[in-house]
Design a protein around this ligand. Structure first.
Ligand SMILES: [Zn+2]
Ligand SMILES: [Zn+2]
Length: 519
């Protein structure tokens, strides 16, 4: 972080400017942008923050807000002068533009990522303040800035190489190796400019050879049951809830990617969540693998039977079925290469369906007795398809992939360009069956909806109580901070300072402590 900062300084892309920042006179402190609240000037939303409006998504300046208020005590902030460092994005515009035009082309960015970046560049970049009057944050490596820190605008993405550098001394092999490393980034659309303008601009300005964004995969918004997810209002299900309700990570991973808002907003709906588990993961994928592994264990002593991939008869188009799987495999690979995760996951499910199609009417005891060669072919192909499904599912539901590999007593194979159903050969001993997924009771839908949606009133009451509690806490904190930073004039020599008196009470004779109070 400091390295990038100082190089930008050396190259002339940083400059000091005196700006007006919101200052709360009530609790004697500069306010971070998000600590100013008020009405959004763009859309009229009355709960916008000084940095951003959650309703319309506009990035705001705290002074843009109508009726701005200090979040801590509700006082109206006043503008006060303070010196800050600005990143001269205007001077970097040309370089960013050139890089952007090539990167978009090379890395097949998603449409909204391109549109948002283009809008920023077309509007013309401006210098942006990258320091703040805050206590918490990365220090500014310049004299006179001891009481300020670097702001999240600038340092959030630089955190990626910083984290890597904390992990290994060889981080530059990754982050300063644009010829051999392709950087893929996945984010919500509200984070686009940080990754496509500010981060690349910052590293371009150092004049060093940094690895920069190659493919950008951005999403629209995931909403919750026709409303917005809101942690503060307690609406929606979040990471900690997901852990608490005990549904395996694979199910979450599957559902969230199957509903990834790649081209438009999508909904999180419990009904569909349960459906995805019960009729896709369990009925399609899980049951296919389970049926085959169980049958081979029960009837063939857990051994891959003699079979040939070129088997053909009149009852079913075996070669055509293999060709179909390969066609879908090709499509899966193509979607994956262009980072269309949702589409590739759908292709995966289609391939799994092909497995069930193969087993239909052909896998039972009667068939094994009446048509042994055919039934053994079905099993040989199905076991090999299960091995392929393990590989194809591993980027999405790795735990399921590992389970399949255990059940097949095999290893995770590389995804082939063309599927050759002969990885598991006749005579190979497979392992024991495991359940990949279990059924979720439909009754859970109502229960979870109640638990994570709540009624308007109960939710409102709960939020109000929480807000009051937080306000009280913030008030106390602010009061304490104000007392520490700037004691009211006269307090030190006039009226006794509560804090000093109580702190010294053990060392002072009681009379002296009491004295001022007697006055
Ligand atoms: Zn205040
Ligand atoms: Zn707004």
């Amino acid at each position: 972080m400091h390295e990038i900062f100082l190089k930008l300084h050396k190259e002339g892309f940083l400059e000091e400017r005196t700006t007006k920042q919101p200052y709360c006179e009530k609790h004697d402190s500069f306010l971070a942008d998000r600590f100013v609240e008020g009405t959004c000037p763009k859309c009229g939303y009355d709960d916008a923050r000084g940095d951003q409006c959650d309703k319309c998504g506009s990035l705001l300046d705290p002074f843009d807000l109508i009726n701005p208020k200090c979040k801590v005590d509700g006082a109206a902030p006043v503008p006060r002068d303070t010196a800050h460092i600005f990143l001269r994005l205007d001077k970097l515009q040309g370089e960013i533009q050139t890089w952007f035009e090539k990167a978009v082309h090379d890395g097949s960015w998603s449409a909204n990522g391109v549109a948002i970046t283009k809008a920023w560049l077309d509007r013309g970049l401006e210098g942006r303040s990258i320091t703040r009057d805050l206590k918490w944050g990365v220090s500014v490596p310049l004299p006179g800035y001891e009481k300020k820190v670097i702001y999240v605008w600038f340092d959030a993405c630089i955190g990626y190489p910083s984290i890597t550098a904390n992990y290994t001394d060889e981080w530059e092999k990754w982050w300063k190796n644009p010829d051999e490393v392709k950087l893929y980034q996945f984010l919500g659309k509200d984070n686009v400019p940080f990754h496509t303008v500010i981060f690349p601009g910052s590293v371009l300005g150092t004049k060093d050879k940094w690895t920069k964004l190659h493919t950008l995969s951005t999403t629209e918004y995931l909403n919750y049951e026709n409303t917005k997810f809101s942690k503060s209002r307690g609406v929606g299900v979040f990471g900690n809830n997901a852990q608490e309700i005990g549904i395996p990570a694979s199910v979450w991973r599957y559902y969230l990617i199957a509903n990834r808002p790649e081209t438009g907003d999508t909904q999180f709906e419990w009904q569909n969540f349960v459906l995805a588990n019960n009729s896709e993961l369990l009925a399609n994928f899980g049951n296919f693998v389970n049926r085959v592994v169980k049958f081979v264990n029960a009837k063939l002593d857990g051994t891959v039977p003699e079979f040939s991939a070129s088997y053909a008869d009149d009852s079913f188009d075996f070669p055509g079925w293999i060709a179909d799987v390969n066609k879908l495999l090709g499509e899966y690979i193509e979607e994956m290469e262009s980072v269309k995760l949702k589409a590739s996951l759908a292709k995966f499910m289609e391939i799994s369906s092909k497995g069930n199609l193969l087993l239909q009417y052909r896998l039972d005891n009667a068939n094994l007795v009446a048509h042994p060669e055919r039934t053994k072919t079905v099993l040989g192909l199905a076991l090999n398809l299960a091995s392929l499904l393990a590989s194809l599912s591993s980027p999405f539901v790795p735990a399921a992939a590992e389970s399949i590999v255990r059940q097949l007593n095999s290893k995770l194979e590389f995804i082939p360009e063309t599927w050759d159903p002969e990885v598991l050969k006749p005579g190979h001993k497979i392992g024991k069956a495991e359940y990949l997924f279990t059924r979720i009771d439909d009754k859970k839908v109502a229960e979870w909806k109640e638990q994570f949606g709540g009624t308007q009133e109960s939710r409102a009451a709960e939020v109000e109580a929480k807000r009051k509690k937080q306000e009280e806490k913030d008030r106390k904190k602010a009061k304490k901070a104000a007392g520490r930073q700037a004691p009211a004039p006269g307090a030190a020599d006039g009226a006794p300072l509560e804090t000093a008196a109580t702190a010294d009470i053990k060392t002072l004779p009681i009379r002296e402590v009491l004295k001022p109070e007697e006055k």
